[in-house]
Design a protein around this ligand. Structure first.
Ligand SMILES: [Zn+2]
Length: 58
């Protein structure tokens, strides 16, 4: 086997078209998390979505 799993959902095999993700959806999810984290570090803005659990356990 030796097929890599998507770094976002970690359940689906990586699609070469979207690697290291399995799909565009996971790519966008990962980007969203990155942006949210960046904004959160930057300041006091709580106007972004209030995510209580950005990393759901599978
Ligand atoms: Zn995925």
């Amino acid at each position: 086997m030796g097929q890599s799993l998507c770094v976002q959902c970690r359940t689906q095999p990586v699609d070469p078209a979207w690697r290291p993700f399995c799909s565009e959806r996971c790519k966008l999810l990962d980007l969203g998390n990155w942006v949210a984290g960046r904004y959160r570090v930057e300041g006091d803005a709580t106007t972004i979505r209030n995510s209580d659990d950005p990393d759901p356990d599978a």
